[in-house]
Design a protein around this ligand. Sequence first.
Ligand code: BG6
Ligand code: MG
Length: 217
Amino acid sequence: MIKGILLDLDGVITETAEYHYQAWKQLASEIGISIDRHFNECLKGVGRMDSLELILRHGGVAERYSTEEKAALAERKNRQYVALLKNLTPDHVLPGIRDFLRDARADGMKLGLASASKNARTIMNALDLTQSIDFIADAAVARSKPAPDIFLLAAEGLGLSPEDCIGIEDAEAGIKAIHAAGMKAVGIGDAATLHEADLLLGDTGKLNYNAVKNYFC
Ligand code: BG6
Ligand code: MG
């Protein structure tokens, strides 16, 4: 029996994964590094500073910047990202998500947010979804996915054991994090990157609460 469902935010609840990509792409180009959507797959689910390290390494310039300079670059990217977030309204919840959360709650399921984003609360408020979730795990106290920390924190916050929970993710690092936490994983996206998911759905429109519950129970 599963008692809790832990959801990723960017790319699962809303399409902010695209805003992250746009903001990183702009920062990267300002420092002479080119990134594309294929490279971006390895940034999904990964925390801000770790993402910057991956980009700098991709450009072969990881040694060029001091810790302070890296912090300033990450801050610059975040300012651009937060500016893009100003466009976010409750209409930007991805298809199927509101129904999924409503049906899960009506069935007594506990719901947690397991996002690596320090902007998670702002985004959930902008989407008018904060009240639809029981617990938001704090990204600041967790190691980046693929470490299991954020999923373990979310389960703990719901008062549940990891084995009573499943996770939903759009990132390869996220699926690995869910498994490392000892949970089963639902992947949202394509098999090329999410082949390790226990249940793979092409997009959130295919996320049906009863079907997911029956699959894992
Ligand atoms: C994750 C995103 O949810 O949050 C990553 O998938 C992002 O792309 C990470 O880097 C951290 O987000 P933020 O908002 O704290 O910079
Ligand atoms: Mg994601």
